[in-house]
Design a protein around this ligand. Structure first.
Ligand SMILES: [Zn+2]
Ligand SMILES: [Zn+2]
Length: 466
């Protein structure tokens, strides 16, 4: 045991022995000791052995990229590592999910979440033969970066960094397990499947992931932020999102005789234009919202008016009531605009329950996360994040308990540009792994320690008042 372990033991003794008899100010539990924990953990996770261990896990998962709720091998690797570390777990919440437990097995409980799924990678070639990333099912492609551990599964790839997230949480699990006897409560490791559009978080909650949990933390790697930095934001960080598809029915016929037809293309065109008025004329300019039509499919001949048109798109907002209002108005605009042009329309919001709510960071946890991150990285490396109109199913956890989501940087300019996420050129800079693992571990330990200190302090005040 080095100096730090001794210090941490002194913190522990302080809780166990001194606090019941002395006020906090008399206690050897001093703020600078708490401040040392994040740096200590970073020091541990940056050691070659642990860092290489995480890199090995991440590469193994990357080679065998699996989509949402199909992460069977990923789940097996996680359980194998937890078994080796002697960490008990529950399996299988949400089909392939894993819930690990470290510490006393008693309250308080704090949760750390890692998503596990990869992405389908499809590409569209534009007129010049250049690859355009597209959600359209045109063709399956391979990861486009050549390296030893590239995905071996055609059409699937960890292009959002969730392989790194799993490796980081296992790295945190390893150092937390080494200190299991010093934990002042229980850390719940939430290995969650199906983040990429499957609302896996919702299923994990239904299967008990947040039982007794008082707070949850999650992170995401960021290609735009330098390695060694984090970016955080109180309140809305990511938008809530939903999807819609509508079929507008008219009456097909010869293009030369439009008066014998009911033209769904004209109706759908007006629908698309009118949908844009929802945000520009009805939305509060200070409440950012998006309605985008990304799909418009109709006919295949120059001289035929088709029977129907299919359109589809997404809507986004940072406030849940605004998201619900957008959904309501999209339905109304499509059906009424279709009627104006003598057409009928059906609108599908798919599984509306799986629409992602906005990711809203708890204000109290914002202050806490900033303190912990600053203690580890220094104040200049903790940046204010701008809100992003992307969505995250971490938001489901935040609807149940206070939660905090933040970004961890992995950009290293000396190694050139990292490809953007959801793109076959995406690259993870593995130097980020020790930072993510140390942040996870630090947030959990500090949350539990500060919780106990606060509780003891309140007990003391109560006792003094009596
Ligand atoms: Zn993603
Ligand atoms: Zn992601």
């Amino acid at each position: 045991m080095g100096f730090f372990s001794w210090t941490w033991v002194s913190i522990f003794l302080c809780f166990q022995l001194l606090l019941p008899r002395h006020s906090l100010s008399n206690c050897s539990f001093r703020s600078y000791e708490l401040e040392e924990i994040p740096k200590y953990f970073l020091n541990q996770t940056q050691k070659c052995e642990l860092s290489d261990w995480m890199v090995g896990i991440r590469r193994k998962l990357h080679e065998n990229s699996e989509l949402g709720f199909e992460e069977f091998e990923t789940s097996r690797v996680i359980r194998e590592k937890l078994d080796k570390l002697g960490i008990p777990y529950k399996y299988p919440p949400a089909v392939t999910g894993v819930l690990g437990f470290i510490g006393t097995g008693k309250p308080p409980f704090v949760a750390l979440r890692a998503d596990m799924d990869a992405l389908p990678i499809q590409v569209l070639l534009n007129l010049f033969g250049r690859v355009v990333p597209s959600p359209v099912h045109v063709c399956l492609c391979e990861e486009m970066v050549e390296w030893e551990h590239k995905s071996r599964v055609t059409g699937k790839m960890h292009a959002c960094g969730h392989d790194a997230h799993v490796a980081m949480l296992l790295g945190a699990a390893r150092i937390l397990q080494e200190h299991q006897n010093e934990l002042q409560g229980t850390v719940v490791l939430v290995f969650q499947p199906g983040e990429e559009g499957y609302a896996g978080a919702k299923k994990m909650i239904e299967d008990g992931a947040l039982e007794n949990v008082e707070a949850i933390f999650g992170l995401h790697v960021s290609s735009g932020l330098p390695v060694g930095q984090v970016s955080t934001r109180a309140g809305p960080l990511l938008a809530g999102s939903g999807f819609f598809q509508a079929v507008i029915h008219g009456k097909g016929g010869h293009a030369a005789n439009p008066h014998h037809s009911v033209d769904p293309i004209l109706a759908a065109s007006n629908v698309v234009i009118t949908l844009q008025y929802i945000v520009s004329r009805e939305g509060d300019p200070l409440d950012p919202q998006v309605v985008t039509v990304g799909k418009f499919q109709a006919g295949n001949a120059f001289n035929v008016i088709p029977d129907s048109v299919t359109i589809g798109g997404t809507f986004r907002a940072f406030v849940k009531s605004s998201l619900l209002q957008l959904k309501k108005r999209i339905q109304e605009v499509i059906t009424t605009q279709a009627a104006v042009h003598r057409c009928t329309a059906t609108v599908d919001f798919f599984d509306a329950e799986k629409a992602y709510p906005p990711t809203v960071n708890d204000e109290n946890l914002h202050e806490f996360v900033n303190r912990v991150a600053t203690d580890m990285l220094g104040p200049s490396n903790v940046k204010e994040a701008a809100p992003v109109t992307g969505a995250e199913d971490f938001a489901f956890y935040q609807e149940v308990v206070p939660g905090y989501f933040f970004f961890v940087g992995m950009k290293n300019e000396t190694r050139g540009e990292l490809g953007r996420s959801h793109n076959p050129n995406f690259v993870v800079n593995e130097d980020v792994l020790p930072y993510g693992a140390a942040l996870h571990a630090s947030l959990a330990v500090r949350f539990l320690l500060e919780k106990v200190v606060k509780a003891r302090s309140q007990e003391r005040v109560h006792h003094d008042e009596l």
